[in-house]
Design a protein around this ligand. Structure first.
Ligand code: OGA
Ligand code: MN
Length: 282
């Protein structure tokens, strides 16, 4: 029996009674999609999916989406290994600040999946924040600024203009200094979810360069206030990983953050990404 158990009052649910490695029929797939649109992040324990099953489960949520600027697994362009070794000390982790995945693409992913292969004894949690709740509780002055406005996203860590200085070592290999990644993409600051019709904030400190109609300098303090609100603990849930976990999130209505507090421990997860029919719409 499928059961969906919320982990907080605002976001995240554990799903029990499902073996994703066996056939997921259409009835179950539809129940899981509805649970995802409702809870935004789903946690499954003890799934131990291999790559083939991870990809098969992914396609029940949407078509597999390949991502630029990151190195995929050598033998599979649909899968990324997110890896930090015990010997990787003081390195940046992939996703180590609030973001939605690849929001700078013209067509950002609808969602992502991570399956845990090896996890640290302590630390290495991931945190998600509900951007629908964040939008719905915005103070009026901020709501007035973001409603009907676009924001400009750029592939900051990958491009030339905004690239972090110095040599970068990270949990995945990333392409840097690609002028293509400096291209500006306009997305609505408030987007309507194609499945639920609910509006959510679609801004993040990694890829959002500025709000349309404002300079970077004018945007910065406004964006800071928006991010402060958007990541309040009451909108968040935090996952303590166990090997065999599968986590799925809705990339259209959440932000997430990889907590980098496990130097000296190995961590390895495999991730896939799925797309939807259209780019963000206001
Ligand atoms: C990602 C990501 C979070 C983590 O794979 O997109 O942000 O905790 N990962 O590794
Ligand atoms: Mn991410």
């Amino acid at each position: 029996m499928l059961s969906v158990l919320p982990v907080t009052g605002n976001i995240g649910a554990f799903v029990e009674g499902v073996d994703l490695a066996s056939e997921v029929d259409e009835t179950l797939a539809e129940a899981l999609r509805q649970a995802l649109w409702t809870h935004q992040v789903l946690f499954f324990r003890d799934q131990f999916l291999d790559i083939a099953n991870l990809k098969r489960v992914t396609t029940r949520f949407g078509p597999l989406q390949r991502l630029p600027y990151v190195e995929a697994m050598p033998d599979d362009p649909d899968v990324i290994g997110v890896a930090k070794k015990a010997t990787d000390r003081k390195v940046a982790v992939f996703g180590g600040n609030w973001h939605s995945d690849f929001s700078f693409l013209g067509h950002p992913p609808a969602g992502s999946l991570l399956t845990a292969i090896e996890v640290p004894e302590v630390g290495g949690d991931t945190v998600w924040s509900n951007q629908t709740a964040a939008y719905e509780t915005l103070p009026d002055d901020l709501k007035n600024i973001v409603d009907g406005r676009a924001a400009i996203h750029v592939g900051k860590p990958h491009g030339v203009k905004f690239a972090p200085k110095g040599r970068q070592r990270s949990t995945i290999k990333m392409v840097r200094n690609d002028p293509e990644a400096d291209r500006e993409t306009f997305h609505p600051a408030v987007r309507k979810h194609p499945e639920t019709g609910r509006k959510s904030l679609f801004l993040n400190p990694v890829y959002t360069a500025r709000l349309d109609g404002m300079s970077e300098a004018e945007s910065a303090p406004v964006l800071d206030r928006l991010y402060w609100h958007a990541t309040r603990p009451e909108f968040c849930c935090r996952h303590r990983w166990q090997a065999g976990d599968l986590v799925i999130w809705d990339n259209r209505s959440t932000l997430h953050f990889a907590v980098n507090d496990y130097d000296g421990h190995d961590r390895l997860l495999y991730r896939t990404t799925f797309s939807d029919d259209h780019p963000p719409r206001g």
